[in-house]
Design a protein around this ligand. Structure first.
Ligand code: ATP
Length: 445
């Protein structure tokens, strides 16, 4: 049986992943087995009603078999999952698990926040993966999700406007394609809302000793990226390719006491949100990859944002490197009209703009600038211009020439990939580190 939960937290506190930690504790107390890693699934990052990172959670419960793997430590109690399901739950266990999850949601969700609309879904098997694809790339209607849940015999509970059902269903529907892991350490309850105590030096040491992890430390801005800044229960989360390495990496971070940790399987860092599209086909709230040419040179607008336009033959769209993308803007400023590139980013509706996450420069136009007027072959003196587009003439001997001397301007950008720095990276964005060896020339960030 699969459990999905979403939309329980608020900017004032809480975290849906923490609810997963509580559900794991309660269900295993009741004798249920956990199958596979719990899942942290990020959905469409452009959804206007998200709280922060549009994350939902899912886990599979039943009786399993196979070599058990560590998935959590809950206040000193280690928890293991079986890799494969052997027997599913009986009907009464199914109902009892539903009651437990709802009890926890009722006790811990931030119902008084008008943006919090929890949803709990229990399904005997995952729905078609297209429910995930749609939820990570577009806007899904709650009505359609509810109809699908009824059709597939789900037990589900919507709270308030019930929107959380969309994310809860999509998290169960996620079919592990490209994937990563995140180990999340939680704070002692008494410390929630207070400044986090985390040793930055140990984060650097962990980062350097753990090559399969990513986005741990922003070396340019000298700050750890593993801890959130919100008042939520998370102390820090380390992301990476390998669960075993994450367990070791966690042991290298020095911090305040960790109350518990959970190891999640995730779609973070996969670019699952990106659709390859022509400009004409783009809809609002999508994230896209567009191949085209720079049609309007970059300019810096008030606020320090850098904007330019791309044309792909089907239309033109504005692209922006916003101020928080820091030195990535320097790369963007180096683009010139005619440069060929692929732009990746979320589409903002009004004004319609691609909020850049990364770019791949495919080709650069040659830029030539006038170096000097032509030199007279007879007198050796520089000729004078005869007026716009009328060539040059030697004032000594009257010799003429059509062409001045030009030189090729050295470009500040090279062909290759460039991404925003870690501090501005979206959860779903695939970093160049994960794309290697594809990303031969890596840029800022
Ligand atoms: P956090 O990351 O801090 O857990 P959040 O950013 O995930 O919070 P939520 O509180 O989960 O934000 O709110 C997102 C809401 O949007 C949820 O109700 C979720 O079901 C819904 N949602 C997610 N993806 C889509 C989508 N593609 N279309 C429509 N609704 C969506």
């Amino acid at each position: 049986m699969w459990i999905g939960v979403d939309d329980t937290d608020s900017v004032r506190g809480g975290c849906t992943t923490y609810l997963a930690r509580l559900i794991l504790e309660r269900l295993t107390d009741q004798g249920f087995g956990i199958i596979g890693y719990p899942r942290l699934v990020r959905l469409n990052p452009n959804i206007p009603w998200k709280t922060r990172g549009n994350g939902a959670i899912a886990l599979q419960v039943g009786r399993g078999r196979g070599h058990k793997m560590p998935i959590a430590d809950l206040h000193g109690r280690p928890l293991h999952a079986s890799p494969v399901l052997q027997t599913d739950l009986e009907e009464d266990e199914y109902t009892s698990a539903h009651a437990t999850v709802n009890e926890l949601v009722r006790a811990h969700a931030f119902f008084d926040d008008k943006k919090t609309n929890p949803g709990v879904v229990l399904l005997p098997k995952p729905p078609d993966p297209r429910w995930y694809r749609e939820a990570v790339t577009s806007v899904v209607s709650l009505d359609r999700v509810q109809k699908e849940l009824i059709k597939s015999g789900a037990l589900f509970t919507p709270y308030k406007n019930g929107r959380g059902l969309i994310g809860a269903t999509a998290a169960i529907a996620w079919s592990l394609g490209d994937s990563t892991y995140e180990i999340i350490s939680y704070r002692e309850r008494s410390r929630w809302g207070t400044p986090r105590s985390l040793d930055a030096g140990s984060v650097i040491a962990m980062d350097q000793a753990s090559p399969s992890t990513f986005d741990n430390y922003d070396y340019l801005h000298e700050c750890p990226r593993i801890a959130p800044h919100s008042p939520c229960p998370i102390l820090y989360g380390i992301r990476g390719e390998d669960p075993g390495d994450l367990l070791k990496a966690r042991g290298l971070v020095r911090s305040e006491d960790v109350e518990s940790w959970v190891l999640f399987h995730s779609n973070q860092g996969t670019d699952d949100h990106i659709l390859r599209k022509s400009i004409r086909e783009i809809s609002s709230f999508e994230s896209v990859a567009i191949t085209g040419r720079v049609a309007q040179a970059p300019r810096t607008i008030p606020g320090g944002h850098v904007v330019f336009a791309v044309d792909d033959g089907s239309g033109t769209i504005a692209c922006a490197a916003y101020e928080p993308t820091k030195e990535f803007r320097t790369v963007v400023r180096g683009l010139r009209c005619g440069d060929e590139l692929v732009v990746y980013g979320g589409v903002r509706d009004e004004p319609r703009t691609v909020n850049l996450e990364k770019i791949q420069v495919l080709g650069l136009v040659e830029i030539r600038e006038k170096e000097e007027n032509p030199v007279c072959p007879q007198c050796g003196k520089h000729m004078k211009s005869r007026g716009r587009n009328q060539g040059y003439r030697c004032i000594v001997c009257g010799c003429t020439s059509k062409m001045a001397r030009f030189r090729t301007v050295e470009r500040s950008v090279a062909v290759g990939w460039y991404e925003v720095p870690v501090c501005a990276r979206r959860h779903l964005s695939k970093s160049l580190k994960r794309m290697a060896p594809l990303a031969v020339v890596s840029g800022t960030g």
